[in-house]
Design a protein around this ligand. Structure first.
Ligand SMILES: [Zn+2]
Length: 278
């Protein structure tokens, strides 16, 4: 069996400062160590429960946060950005998916670093009418590949999203008092809970209690950008319809196509942001 882990930074315990989030940030090394330890804990438990291979997709920023030499030999590490299918690259064909260090969607109160894929350009994304977080969007694509999400660990403000993934377990890694402040349990307590929930999830998988999150197709996507110039560039694609100054919508045949188109729109917006800020 193969398990897939996607790990972000903003929902990890103790990560509250922007200095944690960039390669040259003063606290970046602290974030790397926490990410590595949390991933290793879950990967080791998965291996103990019979998974021969664990694919870990390093999914924050430059996507080179997890320290490779500290990964056990059964872990394959997906690194680097930009990359196709971003946070779920190389997940296809896995039996189980786990999200670690995930955070709430843009506009959530009392949530550390609330954002949806791109804090600099995206205000809101809905897919088939569901306002998505990164957790839900990734779960939708995994669902199309018939990979169920069994465990999510991150900011407590994200837990509400699991109403749409009722079979999944949640581990709270932090409870935010604001965008840049949170309280977290000790690493020891977190690691114990992650191991316990991982065991529960593997049992659920064996009992076929985990479900892929599937959507009706075609998939309808609406995006509200933070700036009208981003919508203007998105609208250059003939299948993208401008709804208002900052909003566009499009329809895709599959969730995989929707995901790829969203990646392009976000890269295009980042390009416009770069050009216009010089
Ligand atoms: Zn991130």
């Amino acid at each position: 069996m193969r398990a897939f882990i996607s790990v972000d930074l903003e929902g990890l315990p103790y990560i509250v400062s922007r200095e944690h989030l960039f390669v040259k940030g003063a606290l970046y090394n602290e974030a790397r160590k926490v990410a590595t330890r949390i991933v290793r804990t879950v990967a080791e438990e998965l291996h103990a429960q019979g998974f021969e291979e664990v694919v870990v997709a390093d999914s924050h920023g430059p996507m080179v946060n997890v320290i490779p030499e500290e990964m056990p030999d059964f872990v394959s590490l997906v690194r680097g950005f930009p990359r196709p299918l971003s946070m779920v690259a190389f997940a296809r064909g896995s039996d189980l998916a786990i999200f670690l260090g995930y955070h709430a969607k843009a506009g959530t109160s009392y949530a550390t670093f609330d954002h949806t894929y791109s804090g600099a350009t995206i205000d809101r994304i809905t897919i088939n009418g569901i306002e998505i977080s990164e957790c839900l969007m990734n779960a939708m694509l995994l669902g199309e590949w018939e990979v169920p999400v069994g465990l999510v660990a991150g900011d407590e403000a994200l837990k509400k999203d699991l109403e749409l993934l009722p079979w999944a377990e949640f581990v709270t890694l932090k409870r935010a008092s604001g965008r840049y402040s949170a309280i977290s349990p000790s690493l020891k307590k977190i690691e114990d809970e992650l191991r316990e929930k991982t065991r529960i999830v593997v049992e659920k998988l064996e009992k076929k209690e985990l479900k892929p999150f599937t959507l009706e197709r075609p998939v309808k996507v609406e995006v509200r950008f933070l700036n009208s110039a981003y919508a203007e560039v998105a609208e250059l694609l003939p299948f993208v319809h401008r709804k208002s100054g900052k909003e566009v919508e499009f329809t895709a045949e599959t969730m995989e196509n929707a995901y790829k188109i969203l990646e392009v729109l976000i890269f295009a917006a980042a390009g416009v942001s770069y050009i216009t800020s010089r």
